[in-house]
Design a protein around this ligand. Sequence first.
Ligand code: ADP
Length: 192
Amino acid sequence: MFRALLLAPPGAGKGTQGERLAERHGVPHLATGDLLRDHVARGTHLGDQAKAHMDAGGLVPDELVITMIVDRLGGSQPMENFILDGFPRTLAQAEGAYDWGRSMQRVFDAVIMLEVPEDELVRRLVQRGVEKGRTDDTEAVIRTRLQVYEENTAPLVEFYDRRGILVRVDGTGSVDEVTDRIEARLADILTE
Ligand code: ADP
């Protein structure tokens, strides 16, 4: 049983760590941002609705994202294990996910929160903009995304803390160091 959420601000390393954890534990890694970018690239109806929000650094409306994820996790053979990255990102999404998870016996075992100081986040994202050319990795849009994250995440943190599944992990240092820290905490949780 391995169902986890990576909760972290833009640039904290959710994608990198999510892929590593998924590979090590043999579970799928679903990143909402990747799924949305794929919809935009394919020009789907959802992608058309999401694009302007993403380019401005705002959030895609909750109903669209919830439907996209629930369709992906559910279906005729609901996924049993998964690492989600970037969803839930608002309290409404967390409540939607929890309702679905309870009805399907698919609630999270752990919510891993990566903590990185803001200066370091901006530095990493500006660098990624240069290397990967992501259209939302420009300094002005980065600042908006960090602010949107701050505003929406506090209630989420409280929601998961109350359920006793929030795990805070220092996200600074090398990629390997962060993976080791996460694994050490997960080892405790998964053997409980
Ligand atoms: P980052 O964490 O660096 O912002 P992501 O790839 O996770 O990168 O997300 C990119 C963009 O996709 C966000 O700025 C937002 O517009 C949209 N997005 C991703 N996940 C969600 C979500 N759960 N709810 C609403 N919008 C989302």
